[in-house]
Ligand binder design. Sequence first.
Ligand code: ZN
Length: 327
Amino acid sequence: MNASLYSVNATAILRHFNGLTVWQRRHERAPHKPLLALWAIGRCLRGCARLVDYKTVHTELGALLKKFGPSRQNYKPQEPFWRMQKDGIWQVPSAEQVRVQSNGSVAPTELRKLGIVGGLTTPIHELFRRDSAKALEVAHLLLDAHFPETLHRAILEETIGDCLFDTNRVADSKVELDKSELLKSTYVRRRRNPKFRRKILETYAFRCAVCEFSLEFPNGTWPALEAAHIMWHSCLGPDDTNNGISLCVVHHELFDWGAFTILPDSLRVVVSRALLRRKSRDSIRQFHGSPLSVSAKHTDDRPADAFLNWHARNVFKDNRLPEMKAG
Ligand SMILES: [Zn+2]
């Protein structure tokens, strides 16, 4: 194989993923395309056929969107399946059979009825099959661009993970070797902005704003305490104190997963009703309805309404926002 040609192709392909446009409306998160791309990369690494029928995408991408996307009535997996064709990475070979609506959408029932299939383009599929490191590089690029680090491991496990961790199903043994590099780089990136972390932890007197967890090691470090972005960094949330909150690792993960949100003004914790309905003991129910245990000393440093509203709308796993405003 011509090495320089291969290199040019790989660069061009990375550029396609880098420029993956995301459907956005009023700053809502749209994890549709990145999740479909990650899911397709996983299939590729597992040695699956390039093309897959829409029915399978509907079920599997729908489940991923429900887990990692904003809480919505309808998750619309047909949108990325159809629209990602324009991004230069996805192909629907029988696209001309499908009736396109005036808004550019297609009906999922029609995709199913016609047995429409789609998949990564042939050059991309072939590149990823022969170069699993490149596939994982792209997976990281997508994760970094669209999700906070607290969700990366879970998304990797659900999309491309079973080929990373199950050696019997690895299409290329090189994938297993890449696992340590992959996890190491995730670990390193968690600490990429020490100034923001320090500023936020100081603002909250080195305590978790929810449970007050605080532990200083004799060497002056504060383990298990993190600076969470309210509006995600990956969604262009700024590194400002009014977009940050000091949380222990448990409450940081729960906040990014949408288990709870924080109301503007009162700064009360509101837990998702799906969790409140469960009777089991956990680490968040007890804080439902209570104001943050620790608040920033200066008013300007307190969480801004705009960022809290974004979190409630785009991350919180609950649809009923009007009820929350009563808090
Ligand atoms: Zn905590």
